[in-house]
Write a protein that binds this ligand. Structure first.
Ligand code: PLP
Length: 395
């Protein structure tokens, strides 16, 4: 990985070790050297942005099997722009009118178990455009009749979310959704922000797919929209309207394309071997700790990676999973674990973003934290303290 002199100490920033995954709140990804070089080269130059996005369209089409594509500010922006495009088409008057949707079909269907929060509620990415989210079924049970009944009223699109955040059972498959939407010409838009699979969702019938540029691709902060030409064009043209505030710079476009090329050219086996070595090292170095057990778990949406789950038995370990996660985050160096399951007594170590030597440090920090202990909180106090800290910014 590309590293220069670490600028963080001069900025008063702690040198965090990221075993959480690619998280916006941690600066997203460690950007690939190829992307950094491409961004540095384009930054001083002027370009015709329409031509650059046309070039991007061809590169993204080649990589995904789509007819067309473009780069935007983020996956969340891509979701909003594509839904907006489904409402306006390539009509500039409608594009300028949003979020006023007068005269437009504005219902966007989403399965109740897909109604997630990825840092913001996904339904807000829908509502931003002026569209109206319509939830299908209940969190744990969506049946074909829910979709069929909802499709009886005019519908702009269906948003299908692929994520570890979604409910993992009781939802309609992409194939089931496509089968009902295709004959009715209702576009199916897939939010695949953190998925490795660049071709499968389109191949299975999605009309457009949205990816994040700064997750597994290792690009700068950006989003990618690919799909059918008419829909992608309508989404792209939102730059004349609500997309203005989601605009992407020339550096992000070339950076994402360079990251994509490097991602596709990577030695996937060597990457996976490095990740597996970190998992094995952690499992071995944590094996003798009382009240702590580990398990290798696959990625919930089938991405080709595994994580190490750390399970804490509080009576034997003398701590809870959330206190240990917090002690690690407060440590020197701070170690940020994947902690969305701490209420179930477990967190995960994600090996995908480690710099050389950091796996060993993570294991040492866990051993030290368990030996030393630290402040203890209830889950409710932890939640309240996190929210209070967030709301008190910039203090
Ligand atoms: C991360 C994520 C997003 C947001 O991606 P950004 O590119 O950071 O906007 C949206 N949807 C899902 C499912 C995600 O996992």
């Amino acid at each position: 990985m590309h590293r220069t002199t670490d600028p963080r100490p001069a900025l008063g920033l702690r040198p965090v070790i990221n075993v959480a995954g690619t998280m916006t709140y941690l600066g997203a990804s460690s950007v690939r050297a190829e992307a950094i070089a491409a961004m540095a080269a384009i930054l001083p130059e002027f370009v015709e942005m329409g031509a650059l996005q046309r070039y991007a369209s061809r590169a993204l089409a080649a990589a995904t099997g789509a007819e067309a594509g473009f780069v935007t500010a983020s996956a969340a922006a891509g979701v909003s722009l594509t839904l907006a495009g489904a409402m306006t088409g390539a009509d500039p008057a409608r594009i300028e009118r949003l979020p006023d949707t007068e005269g437009m079909t504005r219902r966007v269907l989403i399965q109740a178990g897909h109604h997630v929060h990825y840092g913001a509620p996904v339904t807000q990415a829908i509502r931003l455009t002026g569209a109206e989210p319509v939830l299908l079924g209940t969190a744990t049970r969506v049946e074909p009749y829910h979709l069929l009944s909802a499709l009886e009223a005019p519908t702009a699109a269906v948003l299908f979310v692929v994520s570890h955040h979604t409910v993992d059972h009781g939802q309609l498959s992409l194939e089931e959704v496509v089968a009902q939407c295709r004959p009715r010409a209702v576009p199916v838009i897939v939010d695949a922000a953190s998925e490795y699979d660049l071709t499968g969702f389109l191949a299975r019938g999605a009309d457009a797919v949205v990816y994040s540029g700064h997750k597994f691709l290792g690009g700068p902060t950006a989003g990618i929209v690919v799909g059918r030409t008419a829909l992608v064009r309508a989404a792209y043209l939102q730059t004349l309207g609500i997309g203005r505030g989601m605009k992407v710079g020339k550096e992000s476009i070339v950076g994402v394309l360079a990251a994509l090329a490097a991602f596709q050219a990577r030695d996937a086996q060597a990457v996976r071997a490095r990740e597996d070595a970190a998992i094995a090292l952690w499992a071995e170095r944590l094996a003798d700790l009382p009240g702590l057990t580990t398990a290798v778990v696959p990625d919930p949406t089938g991405n080709p990676l595994v994580r190490l789950e750390v399970l804490i038995n509080p009576s034997q370990a003398g701590t809870t999973a959330w206190d240990l996660a917090d002690w690690l985050a407060a440590g020197d160096p701070p170690v940020i674990v994947r902690d969305h399951m701490v209420e179930h007594g477990r967190f995960q170590l994600d090996p995908c973003n480690l710099h050389p030597g950091e796996a060993e440090i993570v294991a040492d920090c866990i051993r030290q934290c368990l030996a030393q202990g630290g402040p203890r909180r209830t889950l409710a106090d932890r939640r309240a303290a996190k929210l209070a800290a967030l709301l008190a910014w910039p203090e």
